[in-house]
Design a protein around this ligand. Structure first.
Ligand SMILES: *Cc1c(COP(=O)(O)O)cnc(C)c1O
Length: 389
């Protein structure tokens, strides 16, 4: 980045990492749909060689995402879980990882069902109180993996407080920042070493691409993660990188609308007689509200809620009676989605564990899109009205 005062988020979102194409002046970074790049001589490495290692469209995206996370380095992957996979591949057998217990289901699946077989050990704990980390500190602790806001319970973790404790034993903190997006939260500024995104979600924003990224200021992690992309091959294609670059240009505008719509939906549900508990960090009664206010610049577009009476049939009624909200996994797109974590996104979390963390069978998760808010409220009002006592 150029020296001097840093440009604002929106300006960086639109311009960072990208220059008009030197050959043609094209203002959009071209989709460099090429697997290999011609060399000027056998020993003269100048830039690009082979597209698993790097590709100019991907480089532009990496520069763009790094600028949005206030990072020196961005490394892109073919999916969010491929990004997590690459981080874990940089650890060694015997290393211990502490992870927050309310995680994207696929993250936990990867940790337990893939990496435990390779000698890493994982402890899943409630990190909403940062001091809970203390009994888990030790020399073999290498990484603390956390999600905030978490999926699907919307728990908030104090990134600075966890980072400080982890640093006391030389462990590093990685934050899955998918729910907040870099517009609302910059974990590296709060002491994390790695920030991860499923770019599939808010960064892409249009439900048309799957991708992942890690941003960091740490040169060792940058080199190690690039070595993993090159060696293990989870590289994103140029078309996907182009779509993500297109997505980031409107991230700041979309997020503002996601936030205001979600806030209105949260208040509507909170006041609804059939709704038991709304989990949204923007509600003053949310246990993580004060921390969220400190470390986020807005509360995001995600929320979850339960119905009074705890009847599964009632949740199914709501899930089957929306029409603007579509019943689907995933999140972060312009369109509103509704889903049932216990049977969909978090079905791979064992039942006892789901009970322990409060992931009830009747929990409903919303990804609030950027449609007109009146239509979203009317849709939920209608679906809730179908629930009979
Ligand atoms: C979707 C998601 C992932 C996994 O990303 P993919 O792009 O689907 O591989 C990881 N973390 C969170 C919070 C997610 O929502």
């Amino acid at each position: 980045m150029k020296e001097g005062k840093q440009q604002g988020f929106g300006t960086r979102a639109i311009h960072a990492g990208q220059e008009p194409d030197p050959a043609t002046g094209a203002i959009m970074t071209p989709i460099y749909q090429s697997s290999t790049f011609v060399q000027s001589g056998p020993a003269e490495h100048k830039g690009y060689e082979y597209a698993r290692v790097s590709n100019p469209t991907r480089t532009a995206l990496e520069g763009n995402l790094a600028a949005l996370e206030n990072a020196q380095h961005g490394i892109c992957f073919s999916s969010g879980v491929a990004a997590i996979d690459a981080v874990l591949k940089c650890l060694n057998p015997g290393d211990r990882v502490v992870a927050s217990n309310d995680l994207y289901g696929g993250t936990r699946r990867l940790m337990v069902h893939v990496f435990e077989r390779f000698g890493l050990s994982f402890e899943f704990i409630d990190l909403t109180d940062a001091s809970a980390l203390e009994p888990h500190l030790g020399d073999d602790l290498k990484l603390v993996w956390l999600e905030t806001p978490s999926n699907p319970l919307m728990n908030i973790i104090d990134i600075a407080a966890v980072s400080e404790r982890a640093a006391s034993v030389g462990a590093q903190v990685a934050v899955d920042n998918t729910f907040a997006s870099p517009f609302l939260q910059q974990p590296l500024d709060l002491g994390a070493t790695l920030v991860m995104h499923s770019t599939t979600k808010y960064i892409g924003g249009h439900s048309d691409v799957v991708g992942g990224a890690i941003c960091t200021n740490d040169d060792w992690w940058n080199d190690s993660l690039r070595f993993i992309v090159k060696s293990a091959g989870a590289a994103p294609g140029p078309m996907d990188c182009f779509l993500l670059l297109r997505g980031t240009k409107t991230l700041h505008v979309r997020m503002e609308r996601h936030c205001s719509n979600a806030e209105a939906v949260a208040h509507f549900l909170n006041d609804h007689p059939l709704v038991d508990r709304v989990r949204f960090p923007g509600l003053p009664n949310h246990p993580g509200h004060d921390i969220a206010r400190r470390q986020m610049s807005g509360f995001g577009g995600m929320l979850s809620f339960t119905l009074k009476g705890d009847r599964m049939a009632d949740a199914v009624t709501v899930l089957s009676n929306t029409s603007v909200f579509s019943l689907a996994e995933s999140l972060g797109g312009v369109e509103s989605l509704i889903e049932h974590p216990a049977s969909m996104t978090h079905a791979s979390v064992p039942v006892e564990e789901r009970r322990r963390i409060g992931l009830d069978e009747t929990l409903i998760r919303l990804s609030v899109g950027i449609e007109d808010v009146e239509d979203l409220l009317a849709d939920l009002d209608h679906a809730l009205a179908q629930v009979t006592g």
